[in-house]
Design a protein around this ligand. Sequence first.
Ligand code: HEC
Ligand code: HEC
Length: 493
Amino acid sequence: MRRTAGSLNGVRRTPVVATSLFFAVTALAGEPWPSGSPPSVAQLTELSSAADELYQLERREEFLEAFERGEDREHISVFQDDIDSGLFDLDRLFRAGDALFEHEFRNEDGLGARADSPLLRIHTPSRGGLDTYSCAGCHSQGGPDGAGSAVENAFINGDGVSQASANVRNPPHALGLGLVQALGEEMTRTLQLQRSEAQTAALDSGRSVLVELEAKGVRFGSLIALPDGTLDTSGVEGVSKDLVLRPFGWKGDVARLRRFVENASRIHFGVQSHSLALAAKEEPDPDQLGPGPWYDPDQDGVQRELEEGTLTAGAVYLALVEVPTIIPPTSNELLERWARGSGVFDQVGCNGCHQRKLRLDYAFYDEVPDDPAALPVRFNLLSDGDQPRGNALVELFSDLKRHDLGEELADPHENAQGIPRSEFLTRPLWGIAESGPFLHDGRATTFAQAIAFHGGEAAESRSAFQALDASAQGDLAVFLSSLSRTPKLRVPR
Ligand code: HEC
Ligand code: HEC
């Protein structure tokens, strides 16, 4: 269960307990500690008693679950109808998503393909895991919703036997993702508007029209609209030909958090969403889902393994988890190195891809369920949810674009969508201090190592970094170490 009771500048988190506790400590809002002034004794007392209260509530839930097995399954079955009818306010949705993230899946929940399916850490194209039993099991390094260490790597799309056959993936942290999703959607809208304007111009003029694609200052190559209404997309760069930005995953191949909740459950736990089963009713997918009837494709005897409402809760939760923060060192000497390191970051061209800031145009976001009859859930990305939230100038350190980093870093296989082996999304560097090991397969344990594997389009930047003296290289590492997350009070267990 959740191990964070409160943030020194924000709300406390209560996974499956009374609403009144949630969003309760916002009164403490102010400068995040430790960059602001230290909390007063009164604040600390309040936070430590909140942490203790949460600890006691979590213990109580565990005891309840011990004598009444399946009790906590109720917390993860959220019906979309109930959301639509207003039974779930935002707090409650967030807490349901939080409970999902912590939930330890069991056979009663549809874990695995059959009751006796063994762990299969090296996945095959048709079968994921079982990898482990909970989302938190892989996402907890550096705090709740954090990254994963090397033992939590996933081995996707292999032969079921040999590690070398698979695309290896290290779990990134899951912080600030609502902003990432919204930025991606805003950029998609911009690029698609540029496309449709070019198409109209080509139709009107009867001549081919070339348009340079650009969104939030990031360039995505060009496309040509032909007078017959067709498109030449051969010049499009760093995004799929449909111009949909997919800002999640190392490959940049997933656009929405909802899909991540659904796919992570299927891939890591063998838990299939009801919406996947409904789709299989129209078009069976024995490879991904299993050979069974549409209502139980994996034939484990459990139906409706993940409700549509649970996907909504999971997506809302992930969108509203805290946002990473920059926490500079406090001693003067280190602070000087940090400031120099920040300069080095730009000087050697890291910011060419790891763009420091992207501006969010709309704070309001609608989480839209798959069922067209269901209602969107609207929230404000900059004020709702877990603190801190950051602001409209999102300090992401990414251009949300895919780049070719060369053969040395390439995967054994193309991914399912045909993204080339050596192309990866510029990973956001916010929170990087807490999310080692680095790179898609976790092969680097230091920043210098991570940079050393940057070939292809990043080779020039790598050479510039390697030409620096050791002291300047160290300054850059000090700077990267400040891309972190706000400390919170916890009662360890
Ligand atoms: C076996 C370990 C493992 C488990 C269990 C796991 N994840 Fe992940 N998670 C990963 C890996 C590895 C990636 C990177 C995947 C990729 O690049 O395709 C990832 C990526 C993500 C991302 C995208 C983050 C980003 O910035 O791109 C989200 C969101 C996420 N996971 C949510 C979940 C949820 C929700 C669950 C539970 C339903 C879950 N994960 C369970 C390993 C895991
Ligand atoms: C051409 C674009 C590009 C440039 C320039 C670039 N990077 Fe990257 N960076 C990437 C991509 C793409 C990845 C993801 C690589 C992967 O998936 O393994 C990445 C990954 C990283 C990671 C690992 C992230 C993680 O979550 O594990 C670090 C650290 C990093 N870069 C730092 C830097 C630094 C420091 C510089 C400047 C010296 C730099 N990068 C220059 C594109 C770039």
